[in-house]
Write a new protein. Structure first.
Length: 146
């Protein structure tokens, strides 16, 4: 049973991701919502052509409010960036978020468990699979680099 708040905020993340489908180049359309004390303090979708990632933009909006917040993401945060910039999982660790709830794993070689591993190493609680089936529909056409 998914807690009502988790379902609500993940549905918001899915709606954000849906708003950028077809506009993110080779990157998947991802939605991210950062919630502190029951209020959204940052939310975003992957930007046009895949720059910025949803998590980056949402973290920038949230600023210090991200500390100990709950983060809802439609797709596993990247563990590496092809550009060499800090990965989304690294940014989440540096922001000291409290918990990360993820709908779907990412098949990309730049993610594929690396983001989850980094969050786990930092002792950040992670829950995987919340509204997975709904979010997975966003990634049917996504063909990650192998």
């Amino acid at each position: 049973m998914i807690p009502a708040d988790d379902e609500h905020w993940m549905r918001r993340a899915i709606a954000l991701a849906q708003s950028s489908v077809g506009m993110t180049g080779d990157n998947p359309a991802v939605g991210c919502v950062i919630v502190k004390n029951g209020v959204s303090v940052g939310e975003a979708a992957t930007a046009q052509n895949g720059r910025l990632h949803a998590e980056e933009h949402a973290l920038d909006q949230a600023g210090e409010h991200a500390r100990n917040a709950v983060v809802y993401i439609t797709l596993e945060p990247c563990g590496e960036r092809s550009s060499g910039a800090p990965s989304c999982s690294q940014r989440l660790v540096e922001a000291c978020v409290g918990r990360v709830i993820i709908a779907c794993e990412d098949a990309s070689v730049l993610a594929a468990g690396r983001g989850l591993h980094r969050l786990g190493q930092a002792k950040i609680a992670v829950q995987l699979g919340v509204l997975r089936d709904e979010a997975a529909a966003l990634y049917k056409a996504y063909r990650p680099r192998r």
